[in-house]
Design a protein around this ligand. Structure first.
Ligand SMILES: C[S@@+](CC[C@H](N)C(=O)[O-])C[C@H]1O[C@@H](n2cnc3c(N)ncnc32)[C@H](O)[C@@H]1O
Length: 282
């Protein structure tokens, strides 16, 4: 049942984090029914890193659509839990830009997702956590985290660049089945959509090679982005929409059209899932 005394599953990795870098994925979670319709809006930020700032930001963003949201930041490194608790003391004293009474707490934990009282999170966000693991670890980590979710809950696992301008994530359901891949890009100044290749979730980052579907998707996005250069004077959002309309017309099953204007594109997992061969890469 994942009590606080259960073994902590995982390994301590680099704690790199940064203010505002997860804004794109947070905005997506804020709109998702897994949060909006959750009977108990508990959200776990797993592996928040060297500072608790992204957990505090997660709470602030989600509270706009679920004012009763509660965020529990879990870290495998006890020193980082102590650091985040010290930050929380400053928050409670009203010494930061975060609400003094923000429903945020921090604790030690790993992929077993220990939550007091046996509560089950509606959402687990694990960003930039699996990056330093091996590709073969992904399935087990998804399984462990997803098994803790509330019915209808969602695991959001992904990767981003330092400033959060290139962000990708997989949405994984409570049965540990991946459902979708989302790529979210800051369009202004973006050279080509395949900048996302270096920031794909661990399950896909080693699969950006000919013959793999994610490689074909990025190639299709690049091709149509180049072709859409003619509409650049109308702005990058227009060029992105033109790109995605052409990619869709060529047969790719694109989802969440209403979010295209944010520089996002979402595809069903089946459209990009790795081919079965090629195990053992890390
Ligand atoms: C690169 S930081 C990411 C910080 C933050 N999520 C972000 O994206 O800015 C990764 C953090 O995940 C932690 N971590 C790695 N494996 C973990 C696990 N199994 N459970 C909890 N935390 C873990 C590491 O200790 C590290 O602090």
């Amino acid at each position: 049942m994942g009590s606080a005394r259960a073994p902590v599953v995982g390994q301590i990795t680099r704690g790199t984090t940064g203010t505002n870098r997860l804004r794109r994925v947070d905005r997506w979670i804020a709109r998702h029914s897994a949060l909006r319709r959750a009977p108990d809006p508990l959200v776990v930020d797993l592996g928040y890193g060297a500072s608790g700032v992204t957990a505090l930001e997660l709470h602030a963003r989600l509270a706009r659509t679920r004012p009763d949201v509660e965020v529990l930041g879990l870290e495998i490194d006890p020193a980082r839990v102590a650091r985040a608790d010290a930050q929380l003391t400053a928050v409670r004293a009203g010494a930061t830009s975060f609400a003094a009474d923000a429903k945020v707490s921090f604790a030690r934990g790993g992929f077993e997702v220990p939550v007091p009282g046996g509560r089950r999170p509606a959402v687990v966000r694990a960003m930039n956590v699996l990056r330093q693991y091996s590709e073969d670890d992904v399935g087990g980590a998804w399984q462990a985290m997803a098994s803790r979710l509330a019915p209808g809950g969602l695991l959001v696992e992904g990767t981003c660049d330092e400033l959060g301008r290139v962000v990708t994530w997989v949405a994984v359901g409570e049965n540990a089945e991946p459902r979708t891949l989302t790529i979210s890009l800051r369009l202004a100044g973006m050279e080509r959509p395949s900048v996302a290749a270096e920031r794909l979730p661990k399950a896909l980052i080693h699969r950006n090679v000919p013959g793999e579907r994610v490689h074909a998707l990025l190639a299709a996005l690049d091709l149509e982005w180049e072709r859409a250069a003619a509409v650049s004077p109308f702005g990058p959002e227009h060029r992105w929409r033109t790109t995605l309309e052409a990619v869709e017309a060529s047969g790719w099953p694109l989802r969440e059209r209403a979010r295209w204007r944010l520089g996002e594109v979402t595809v069903p997992w089946d459209a990009v899932a790795p081919r079965p061969q090629g195990h053992g890469r890390s």
